[in-house]
Ligand binder design. Structure first.
Ligand SMILES: NC(=O)c1ccc[n+]([C@@H]2O[C@H](COP(=O)([O-])OP(=O)(O)OC[C@H]3O[C@@H](n4cnc5c(N)ncnc54)[C@H](O)[C@@H]3O)[C@@H](O)[C@H]2O)c1
Length: 424
């Protein structure tokens, strides 16, 4: 099938590459032409494990193209996958400017019957509005399918290949049949619903994950009070098959582009229906508190950050990505710098991006360089190289061993009581 993938971010790239791997002809398009120029030459605009290799494999097979204009993007395509960003504004309302721009362009340029595949996370009702718009403006028949994406950054390709479920949201029987055949080679469970159902499944899933994370983070705070170990407690709770182990890792709270934005949007959308979504609101509030628990503790223990050298290990919002969106590390670093600290950052993929926005930070090429002569160390990302660190690695380099491990990366049994602090 000839497919246009519009928006080559974390989702667009995963979608396009997996569709290419499935044997389809994929044309990438993005308003950022630099990204497209790079892709053409096999250069990834972001870090995601396995993507660079797959991109170059598919380029060699001739399955990936890039288009520099709308005509080449939308003409002669049986499917147009919309993967542009849908950020939320301060109020929680979703900014659909990019989304509607793509729909308008597609309506103008498409020259045959096509499936409009909505991979972007869009507010409830957007699929139906899109169908109405395309009916009025597109020359040929269009079928709107909400096919929300559930991948996690860091494991995006595998998440798509081994998706827990593929949600096909459409009222068009022909589209449902086409999508069923399209995804059959992946042999994953499929659920067919209407557009509204698919949109609600996406927001409902992310809302639930946020609640689950905030719940275990609150239990972690209780553990801090009692002196219990949240890792053991979470393991025990998760052994109940009704609960499970996923999203049960306590720490400094969730970040990234999805959970913060989608929970805000869900709360906003519910409020517009006159409904207060109390559980998700609470999850959101807990998450905000969570980000600064250890910073507040450190501020007291270190008698302020002024002129202190702080080593930051990991700034990406999670391991195996270079994404800094809503990363708790960034918020903490801003505060430390404002309070006079010298902040030294190590992250194998995201440090350069951070330094571009915050020139005041010093970027290190190695963990050892980062830890050298540091008064304290904060760990924000569970990169494997950080999880492998031993007490001696800190003792060798730092002024003193004082670590705030926001992600439970280290083995606490190696450290004395006043050397390592965690949430729970
Ligand atoms: N990142 C995730 O883990 C994830 C998971 C599931 C769903 N989603 C959803 O997928 C969508 C994309 O997320 P992302 O993380 O890939 O975003 P992203 O910011 O990484 O990528 C979006 C891309 O769209 C491009 N773009 C913006 N406006 C455009 C336009 N008018 N025309 C063409 N290109 C345009 C941008 O230049 C960018 O390359 C969002 O709706 C998000 O909520 C994201």
């Amino acid at each position: 099938m000839e497919i246009a993938v519009v928006g080559v971010g974390y989702v667009g790239l995963a979608v396009g590459l997996i569709f290419g791997e499935m044997g389809h002809q994929v044309t990438f398009y993005d308003c950022d032409k630099e990204k497209l120029e790079g892709l053409k030459q096999g250069i990834m605009p972001l870090y995601e494990p396995g993507m660079s290799e797959l991109l170059n494999e598919l380029l060699a097979l001739g399955r990936i193209k890039t288009a520099m204009d709308e005509q080449n993007t939308y003409r002669n395509k049986a499917m147009i996958a919309v993967c542009v960003g849908t950020p939320s504004t301060e109020s929680g309302e979703t900014d659909l400017t990019s989304y509607w721009q793509v729909i308008e362009e597609a309506a103008k340029a498409a020259n045959q019957e096509f499936i409009l595949l909505i991979k972007s996370t869009v507010p409830i009702g957007t699929g139906n509005q899109t169908a109405t718009y395309l009916q009025e403006h597109a020359k040929d028949k269009s079928m709107v399918v909400n096919n929300p994406e559930f991948l996690s950054q860091g494991t995006a390709l595998m998440d798509m290949r081994k998706a827990d479920r593929i949600i096909i949201g459409t009222v068009d029987k022909q589209a449902a049949a086409i999508m069923s055949a399209f995804y059959a080679p992946l042999s994953r469970p499929m659920l067919f619903t209407d557009n509204l159902g698919a949109e609600l499944i996406k927001y409902g899933s992310n809302g639930f994950l946020a609640v689950k994370l905030s719940y275990i983070n609150e239990i972690a705070k209780l553990c801090m009070h009692y002196g219990a170990d949240i890792k053991e407690v979470a393991a025990g709770i998760g052994m109940d098959h009704r609960i499970g182990h996923g999203y049960m890792k306590a720490g400094c709270g969730y970040g990234g582009s999805c959970l913060p934005k989608d929970t805000h949007s869900l709360i906003y959308q519910a409020a517009k229906q006159g409904y207060e979504l109390k559980s998700v609101k609470a999850a959101d509030a807990v998450n905000e508190e969570q980000k600064l628990i250890l910073l507040k503790q450190a501020r007291i223990q270190m008698q302020g950050f002024d002129q202190k050298r702080i080593a930051i290990l990991g700034v990406a919002f999670k391991a195996n990505t270079d994404d800094l969106r809503c990363s708790p590390a960034v918020l903490n670093i801003k505060i430390m710098i404002a309070e006079g600290a010298e902040v030294v950052v190590y992250d194998p993929q995201a440090a350069a991006k951070l330094q571009a926005s915050y020139p005041l930070i010093k970027r290190c090429e190695s963990i050892e360089e980062g830890l050298r002569a540091a008064d304290a160390c904060f760990i924000f990302t569970e990169w494997e190289s950080i999880q492998q660190l031993k007490r001696k690695d800190f003792a060798r380099a730092m002024k003193q061993v004082l670590i705030y491990d926001e992600r439970h990366c280290l083995d606490k049994h190696e450290f004395a009581r006043n050397e390592l602090y965690t949430i729970g």
